[in-house]
Design a protein around this ligand. Sequence first.
Ligand code: NAG
Ligand code: NAG
Ligand code: NAG
Ligand code: NAG
Ligand code: NAG
Ligand code: NAG
Length: 133
Amino acid sequence: NNGSINGHGQYWWKKYRSKLLNHTRGPLVQIMWSSDVVFANITLRDSPFWTLHPYDCKNVTITNMTILALFEAPNTDGIDPDSCEDMIIENSYISVGDDGIAIKSGWDQYGTTYGRPSKNILIRNLTIRFMVR
Ligand SMILES: *[C@@H]1O[C@H](CO)[C@@H](O)[C@H](O)[C@H]1NC(C)=O
Ligand SMILES: *[C@@H]1O[C@H](CO)[C@@H](O)[C@H](O)[C@H]1NC(C)=O
Ligand SMILES: *[C@@H]1O[C@H](CO)[C@@H](O)[C@H](O)[C@H]1NC(C)=O
Ligand SMILES: *[C@@H]1O[C@H](CO)[C@@H](O)[C@H](O)[C@H]1NC(C)=O
Ligand SMILES: *[C@@H]1O[C@H](CO)[C@@H](O)[C@H](O)[C@H]1NC(C)=O
Ligand SMILES: CC(=O)N[C@H]1CO[C@H](CO)[C@@H](O)[C@@H]1O
């Protein structure tokens, strides 16, 4: 019971749907250019956008996490490993409004230019709930 982080995303989902935003919404938790990081035992809830976004990181472990957002919450992916290598995602529960896990290697032409593919990512023992629309 190491606590929870609540992104109170409702405010942002509403602005996004009403087309009142000129910029991308922020993710709830984002780490960049980091290595040897462990995320464990935390609940992440109602992110404005993607929930947990490790970018260009190495040796990240994500274990025993709970990630929640309303089914109708736009773009609230659970975990987005992005240009990451040597990662374990395990023993977690994800119920969100978009992808449970989406592995990325950057964003469109910016990702191609940066040239750092995701690799060596182990995913096991997850429960991912989704709703068929
Ligand atoms: C997982 O996290 C919960 C709290 O969210 C804690 O009670 C439990 O002991 C943890 N289990 C492991 C194996 O770390
Ligand atoms: C978005 O841009 C418009 C036009 O420049 C501006 O009037 C509006 O205040 C901006 N909205 C936000 C939330 O920044
Ligand atoms: C990966 O990170 C964990 C947690 O910080 C650390 O214990 C472990 O030594 C690291 N592994 C490598 C190969 O650096
Ligand atoms: C997660 O919780 C379990 C059970 O309390 C504990 O053994 C483990 O050390 C915790 N993990 C971290 C990274 O704190
Ligand atoms: C799978 O994950 C669940 C939830 O975190 C945990 O209770 C269970 O012990 C894990 N199973 C294995 C084989 O690690
Ligand atoms: C921040 C915090 O309270 N971390 C604790 C999470 O649980 C583990 C295991 O009980 C403790 O060792 C941490 O101190």
